[in-house]
Design a protein around this ligand. Structure first.
Ligand SMILES: Nc1ncnc2c1ncn2[C@@H]1O[C@H](COP(=O)(O)OP(=O)(O)OP(=O)(O)O)[C@@H](O)[C@H]1O
Ligand SMILES: [Mg+2]
Length: 260
């Protein structure tokens, strides 16, 4: 059947209009979600909907001083987490710098906004490298300015618990082994040290551990690498020791990590 060109063009316009109205609805949906985000961040979220992985953004999962986590839906209906670094947290500024300086992958930006953007890029890249090294982390999907989109760890907008919130009986030797394995993979295969590893940044989803919060992770060449590695190992051993798990000494763990 031969189509009338005018009909075709009208249909094309209708299609564009439908798309436009769909997008506008999505934008309205998240506009009402929060008023705390600055205009620029809202623009980035528009882009993540129009040309990125998001289809909708729902409410806040967690609102911290430095970042907010939102629950969102991907183009395939899958649950996603959107981590938005706040561009107004002055306290954060001071501590960020030292984790960026000395990492050969990044340059410290001139102004604060730039530092926050670098931080988001760094989290995205660290997550990707950890993921590629076989460490269980939320797979990162998108990064732009201060926004990182990743897999959602949990169900129905409810994040999986972090180890800190679990009753002691649920902290097992198996979980400890898994964390040790993840640290080893991260160190040896991804060349990374988490740098803020503790019971607060390890989730337990379907009985398996998932490491989160990778903004501060540094490469092994970083001047703070050794100090951070020791602190991470110390935190983990202390937590599992207190939970009644038979843990090796800190030096043994460090030696084991460095050896292989
Ligand atoms: N991918 C994710 N899926 C589901 N929930 C997540 C995800 N990432 C983070 N969260 C939730 O948000 C919380 C904070 O995330 P994260 O540790 O990355 O940020 P943060 O900057 O350290 O914030 P805080 O200072 O509050 O810990 C987590 O404890 C978890 O409950
Ligand atoms: Mg955290």
């Amino acid at each position: 059947m031969v189509q009338d060109p005018e009909d075709l063009s009208r249909r094309h316009e209708q299609k564009i209009e439908r798309e436009r109205s769909k997008r506008t609805k999505d934008i309205d949906a998240f506009k009402t979600v929060e008023e705390v985000l600055d205009k620029r961040t809202v623009m980035v979220l528009y882009q993540a909907i129009n040309n990125g992985p998001l289809s909708r953004i729902f409410g806040t999962v967690k609102a911290g001083k430095e970042a907010r986590i939102y629950w969102a839906e991907g183009k395939g209906g899958e649950e996603l987490a959107v981590k938005i670094y706040l561009t107004s947290s002055m306290e954060f500024k001071k501590s960020m710098r030292q984790y960026i300086e000395g990492d050969p992958r990044f340059k410290v930006g001139k102004d604060y906004r730039q530092i926050v953007y670098t931080w988001a890029q760094k989290e995205y890249r660290n997550l990707m490298e950890a993921h590629d090294a076989g460490v269980r982390v939320p797979k990162p999907l998108y990064v732009k300015e201060n926004v990182v989109v990743m897999e959602f760890v949990g169900e129905g907008g409810k994040p999986a618990p972090v180890l800190k919130t679990l009753p002691k009986e649920q902290i097992t030797a198996g979980i400890f082994e898994e964390v040790m394995d993840a640290m080893g993979r991260l160190y040896r295969n991804a060349n990374l040290i988490h740098g803020d590893l503790s019971e607060y940044n390890i989730m337990l989803h379907n009985g398996r551990t998932v490491l989160i919060d990778f903004g501060q992770a540094v490469t092994r060449e970083h001047p703070l690498a050794e100090e951070l590695l020791k602190r991470d190992v110390g935190n983990i051993i202390r937590f599992f020791g207190k939970a009644g798990i038979d843990v090796p000494g800190e030096e043994d763990v460090l030696e084991c990590l460095r050896r292989r």
